[in-house]
Design a protein around this ligand. Structure first.
Ligand code: ACO
Length: 430
């Protein structure tokens, strides 16, 4: 294996170093390209670009491998299932928490779980039918208004506090936005409940009746959060890094991550999938027609929950969630017709030339919506649940970038294809 790549351009030969990652993946280091040749690299969608070195998550898309800090994600799904809070710590701080670290962090999550009353009052001014992702993004930014002491975090203690506030309050914000949309009274967090149970309590309890949380439902939500916790340089995480690279605070950076996640090509796909399955169920569309529409280049329709920039194989998260849907539905004794439709659609797609040639497999969003439905989460809260799960990943990347020596603002180049020099024409002469 060579240490350098050789590039010949305009009669000039330059050598570009190869950077090698921990798992042997290789990347051409072009940091000196423009200085040496005057050229930039052109890579729409950053398909071939490694924008940073990161030690958080490893993915091998050809083999369907996903690891958090080196640990295969499958290991977080076996019983007794680790708690999401452990995974939060692992991703952000790089090690599995000791018993003491976990206790301290859990206590901090509890002591930071209440929303500032000014933030809570904001919900009264939001239209009841406002999209919860818009509320979440706006409210994360609003936290910057009330926690100004966290806008600059230059010591580890303060950083831990702001992390605990965000991880804890994101649940409270999410639940309050749901309650607002239903015109229901807010339910304050209960310090005696674990992370997922507390979220379910704030969503579904009422002032006169405690919501009974079944262990299966709590476990399923814990699994969903764990499986969404990080996915290296996806669109929303790259957004968080881009905003954070300007030294923007953690609230602003994560609020931007929520906005990116909302898009239907990214986290918003979990809503699209269930809406598509519902249309099929109601008879407005057949699975075969779905596949035909997805194949049709004149039709903008895409089979939501299928395809992935990185995976050219099964998304390991989709495999786990598919099994979990089956298991939870059996335990709860429910029968969800959407699951059968999803199985049929998957079968059709996996045997269709179009999908085979392009290596399009189910991604995390294909089954997550069905599982969320099973545990009673309404459709408009699916992507919000994704955001709660993904928050530790965003924070971990923001922190990693912030601690990097000599980190630079993310500011790519472009190839300009507009008008050449032209003149302003006064209004009367146009
Ligand atoms: N349905 C139909 N065709 C598809 C799909 C799909 N779901 N996904 C990809 N393709 C086709 C593209 O049209 C393209 O075909 P072509 O080569 O004939 O032009 C080819 O497969 C490659 O697709 P790209 O769009 O180049 O792949 P890219 O990596 O840019 O996009 C993405 C990945 C956005 C996930 C895409 O597969 C997609 O739109 N999927 C549906 C939305 C979705 O499920 N998003 C969630 C992704 S997971 C996550 O973000 C949590």
């Amino acid at each position: 294996m060579t240490d350098n790549a050789v590039l010949m351009v305009d009669g000039q030969t330059i050598e570009l170093p190869i950077v090698e990652g921990a798992e042997g993946e290789r990347s051409i280091d072009i940091t000196a390209l423009r200085a040496q040749t005057g050229l930039t690299s052109y890579d729409p969608g950053l398909v071939n670009t490694s924008i940073c070195k990161s030690a958080i998550t490893y993915i091998d898309g050809d083999k369907g491998v996903l690891r958090y800090r080196g640990i295969p994600v499958e290991q977080f799904t076996v019983q007794p299932q680790p708690n999401f809070v452990e995974v939060v710590w692992l991703l952000i701080f790089g090690n599995l928490p000791s018993r003491e670290e976990l206790k301290i962090f859990r206590d901090m999550l509890t002591s930071h779980e209440l929303l500032h009353e000014d933030v809570k009052d904001q919900f009264q001014h939001i239209p009841a039918d406002a999209p919860p992702m818009a509320i979440l993004s706006a409210t994360l930014n609003h936290l910057a208004c009330v926690y100004r002491k966290y806008l600059v975090v230059d010591d580890p203690e303060r950083l831990l506090e702001v992390i605990a506030s965000l991880i804890s309050q994101v649940r409270t914000i999410a639940a309050f936005s749901y309650r607002r949309s239903k015109g229901l009274p807010f339910i304050y967090p209960n310090p005696n409940l674990r992370y997922c149970a507390n979220f379910l309590h704030m969503m579904f309890s009422s002032p006169y009746q405690q919501y009974i949380i079944s262990p299966e439902v709590e476990d399923a939500l814990n699994l969903i959060f764990i499986l969404h916790a990080d996915h290296e340089q996806n669109c929303s995480t790259t957004t968080v890094r881009a905003v954070g690279s300007a030294r923007a605070n953690l609230f602003a950076s994560c609020a931007a991550g929520v906005s990116a996640l909302w898009g239907p090509l990214h986290g918003g796909a979990n809503v699209e999938v269930v809406e598509m399955l519902e249309r099929i169920h109601k008879g407005g569309l057949s699975p075969a027609q779905c596949i035909r529409d997805a194949r049709d280049k004149n039709n903008p329709f895409r089979l939501s929950g299928f395809g992935h920039r990185i995976y050219r194989n099964f998304d390991p998260r989709a495999k786990i969630l598919k099994q979990a849907c089956d298991r939870v539905l059996q335990i709860t004794g429910q029968r969800d017709p959407l699951l059968d439709i999803a199985f049929e659609l998957e079968e059709l797609a996996l045997n269709d030339d179009y999908f085979i040639e392009r290596k399009l497999y189910p991604n995390v969003d294909f089954y997550s919506g069905i599982l969320l439905r099973t545990i009673g989460i309404p459709t408009n809260m699916f992507t919000v649940c994704f955001a709660i799960g993904r928050l530790p990943g965003w924070i971990a990347h923001w922190k990693e970038q912030n601690e990097e020596q000599g980190g630079r603002i993310i500011r790519p180049r472009q190839v300009y294809v507009g008008n050449n020099l032209s003149s302003y024409v006064p209004m009367e002469d146009r």
